[in-house]
Design a protein around this ligand. Structure first.
Ligand SMILES: Cc1ncc(COP(=O)(O)O)c(C=O)c1O
Length: 330
């Protein structure tokens, strides 16, 4: 496929067909369970899976999302929620889809051992374990795929972004033939899917990932970056979160001057690209895995300078998101 959301959509289709033929769930009643605060894209199926839905898009896709059929809400990182959902509704649940570390939520790492327990519970209840590795895959967190940190294997893995070095639209779903063979090639695909330049870019990116040991690099550089950032004793930062080169600074925002967006905007002015979550409390740092150690440390120094100055700086272009159309009409 070409976008991450399309690949997630394909994973849902595979899981539903698997649920019908293998698990014997009646057509139209299989549920695809997700976790709160997840992000899997913005197509109709993927936005429907989010706990916080965007409005104005009419009816959503049924039988998907972080609320199980009997009403249990599955909070990210809370294994007891998942256990309860499976106990109540296991026979109706086709798959549990999860980001091994939640990216768009602000690089939220689940408690140690959580992903392993997820895999075990899925197995116990004959539910497919789908790892959405679109953001965490390809070495980003220090292993080729993030859920490998927990020594488990997902039944389906959804890939995108870095699959083609982030340069060419390319995404996909992979899994063992016992699951993948359920779908026919004609049930998934678009005109531009699996196009030759995209496949060539993906093969080249995979070679670089392996040849240049990018996962090890992310692990090593991530530790160095964290050490450097901690050494500044940055004001407003209450916690660091993440793994490898997938890190977040959790800040105690003090609006109007100290907000994630203002910090991100000032950093952008100075050549360091980070992003803030909508609440402005988590600032995500995801440098390229090929960044030089020197550039990484230089970037960290810029972060320290920005934190020191943020309260004294005036208006910064890009510090606020204008949502004019929606607000002016409501
Ligand atoms: C975990 C996750 N899943 C799915 C997507 C959607 O990918 P795309 O924007 O390519 O549709 C994203 C994008 O950020 C993502 O982070």
């Amino acid at each position: 496929m070409t976008s991450g959301a399309e690949a997630v959509d394909a994973a849902i289709k595979i899981a539903r067909k698997w649920a019908f033929f293998v698990k014997g769930i009646r057509d139209g009643s299989a549920h695809i369970l997700t976790a709160t605060a997840c992000y899997h894209g913005v197509t109709l199926s993927t936005v429907s899976m989010a706990s916080k839905k965007a409005e104005h898009f009419s009816t959503y896709l049924p039988n998907v999302g972080s609320t199980a059929p009997s009403g249990t809400v599955v909070r990210y990182g809370e294994i007891d929620d998942l256990r309860k959902a499976f106990t109540e509704d296991g026979p109706r649940i086709a798959a549990f889809m999860i980001e091994p570390i939640q990216g768009s939520a602000g690089i939220v790492v689940p408690p140690a051992g959580y992903i392993k327990e997820v895999a075990e519970l899925c197995k116990e209840h004959n539910v497919l374990f789908i790892a959405d590795e679109i953001q965490t895959g390809f070495g980003r967190t220090g292993t080729n795929l993030c859920h490998q940190h927990d020594g488990v294997k997902a039944d389906l893995v959804v890939l995108g972004k870095a699959l083609s070095g982030g340069l060419y639209p390319m995404s996909g779903v992979m899994g063992p033939s016992r699951v993948m063979d359920i779908i026919s090639p004609f049930e998934i695909g678009t005109t531009m899917a699996n196009n030759p330049p995209g496949c060539a870019a993906a093969l080249a990116a995979l070679d670089v990932l392996v040849d240049e040991k990018l996962a090890d690099r992310a692990d090593r550089l991530g530790k160095l970056l964290l050490e450097r950032l901690r050494s500044y004793d940055l004001p407003y930062v209450v916690e660091f979160s993440g793994r490898g080169l997938f890190l977040a600074m959790v800040i105690e925002a003090k609006p109007p001057k100290v907000t994630g967006r203002r910090i991100a905007a000032l950093l952008a002015q100075r050549g360091v690209l980070v992003s803030s979550n909508t609440a402005g409390t988590r600032i995500r740092i995801c440098p390229p895995l090929t960044i030089s150690e020197e550039d990484l440390m230089r970037g960290a120094d810029v972060v320290a300078a920005v934190f020191a100055e943020i309260e004294d700086v005036g208006d910064i272009p890009g510090e606020a998101v204008e949502d004019g159309f929606v607000t002016s009409r409501t």
